[in-house]
Structure formats: structure tokens, C-alpha cells
Design a protein around this ligand. Sequence first.
Ligand code: NDP
Length: 324
Amino acid sequence: MDYRRLGKSGLQVSELSFGSWITFGNQIKDNTSEKLMKTAYDAGINFFDNAEIYADGESEKVMGEILKKMGWSRDSYVLSSKVFFGAGGKLPTQKGLHRKHVVEACNDALKRLKVEYLDLYFCHRPDKQTPIEETVWTMHNLIHQGKIMYWGTSEWSAQEIMEAHMVARQYNLIGPTMEQPQYNMLVREKVEVEFSQIYKTVGLGTTIWSPLASGVLSGKYNDGKEGETRLKRAELSSLSDKLLVKETLEKVKKLSAFAKELGMTMPQLGVSWCLKNENVSTVILGASKTSQLEENLKATDKKDLLTEEAMGKIDKILGNKPKQ
Ligand code: NDP
């Protein structure tokens, strides 16, 4: 496993990390979650991603139990949570990025995860109802209280991230270190174009999500096979409608053939492709089975097969390279 700096911070995260969205406390049994965490940690993954909203807090509870059971030294892994959507509560006080919710959500995440501090704490979405000053001050204070180490954003625009940095500069506070955007062969604009300046100016780190576009880029939907998979879940029907379309599946078929030519599997191609972007600090993997995780972990060794020429061929198949 290779390690990369999280933006300009000194923290080194494994280039592949592991997240629990949809799976922990929901799609898979707890003993599978345990096997997945162990497989990840044993392979050198040092960053585990979570959020208050995942299974309405259950995902954090499951991860907390596993961390306790494994007894891994707290200084050997990086743990995150995210605040914004709430953990199931529907009241206005139970969500958003105002001071009350951010502080309460952080305390609740610490209890559920059974740890004394979070390494990374993300604002899961921007909050138009809360002044940015309030959120930046709150995150800064959480760092000073020792409850979090670094704070960041998820699915914020470059402008919103810069506003947070300007506020931080104005009041001498700690600004956001990292952003968690979606990035994969189908979704490229934000990571490749919109953020291109702020990697340099503020040293933004990125922990990217859905490297396989929820499984479409694994190639398993190429032949329309049904099964107990994420995109067959009723609550995700709008995501499936968006992803399982003819044009995308045709491209994935071509990419799957190219992956074979290169000597890797389609999931490995999807993950390796994300790793080729040097502005990606870590690629957060998701998996519902240990066999999937084992396969995807090999991307770290396969990424060098993606030469400039190979990347060019992939761009040709995708036809979506954003203009700089
Ligand atoms: P992926 O796009 O990689 O999707 C993972 C899913 O794809 C798996 O659960 C599995 O689903 C399927 N899959 C993975 N590998 C294989 C394989 N080798 N063969 C076949 N199927 C495979 O990542 P996620 O969407 O899970 O995102 C990763 C993490 O990013 C999340 O856990 C979360 O921590 C974070 N995230 C953050 C968001 C944010 O807003 N900040 C939003 C979404 C995710 P199945 O077996 O069910 O088909």
C-alpha cells in the first residue's frame, strides 16, 4: 500500500481507504463488516470513513464495535465522520451546520464510534441556512478541544471552500484541510477542473467517493444480470435509473475488454484510474463482500499498467474528458 499526504497537511493516508455507506448496519451483516475492516487494515488501509447519516447512526455503532473488538492502536488509523444530514432526527435542531448540531453530532459520533477523537470531520454538504463564520468557528473550536484533528467539506463548490478559507484567515482560525467529492470515470468535472486552482492555493486534499459509481464500473451490470446488489435496492432506484443506462453500459463494456487486454479486472481499472490523479489523496473503497475488497485492493499494484497511452485510450472510450 502506498501513502499520500492529505493535501498540504502532514497527515499521510493510505491511497486506498474504506467506507461504510449503504453496507454497515444496513445491507450486510455485522460479521461481514468485521471481516471487511480486518481485510482492509491488514492490507495497510489506515483510513476508515463514516457519517452520522449512514444507516441513521447504526453504521458508526457497527464500526465502533469492530474497532473496540480489534483493539488496533488508536495511532495506527485515521477515522472520520460527517455532519449535516443528522442521524435520523427530523427536527431543524437535529441537522445542518449550525453550532448546536455540529457540536452535538460530534459528541454523538464519538460515543457511537467509541473513540475519544475523530481524525477527520467533514461538513457533509454546504448549509445555506448557517453563516459560514459559525461553522468555521465551531470546527476550529472542536480542534482546540481535542475532539477532532482536521476538518473538511464534502460536495462543496470551490467557491464555498474558498469562503471558508477566507473566514479562517480573517479570524486566524484553522481552515478546511480536505474535501470529499465524488470522482470516478463518469464524474470528473469538479476534481479535474473546478478544484484545479485550489490544490495549489490552499493545498486542498481530496478523499474521493464512489470510485466504481456504486458498482456500475465493476462491469457486473454489463449483461443486465440481476442479483442482491446495491443498484437493485428499492431505496436507490433513482440512482439506478441514472446509472444503468445504455450509453454508460456500452462504455463500461468497452472498458471491460480493455481492462482484460491490460491484465486487470474492470473494478481494478476503475480504482486504478482514480489513483492516477495526483490530486486524489485517497480513494475510498466500498464493498459488500470481502472478495470484492480483495480484488479492488490489488489496484494499488496494477496502477502502473495505466500508462499515458492507456489513459488516452480510456479517455477515447469515455469521451468525457473535461476541458481545462
Ligand atoms: P463504489 O462506487 O466503489 O461502490 C461500492 C459498491 O460497488 C460495493 O458496495 C459493491 O456493491 C460494488 N462493488 C465494489 N467492488 C466490487 C467488485 N470488485 N465487484 C463487483 N461489485 C463491486 O464506492 P461507494 O459508493 O461505496 O463509496 C465509497 C465510500 O465513499 C462510502 O462507503 C462512503 O464512505 C463514501 N461516500 C461518501 C459520500 C459523500 O457524500 N461524502 C457519498 C457516497 C459515498 P454491491 O455488491 O451491493 O453491488
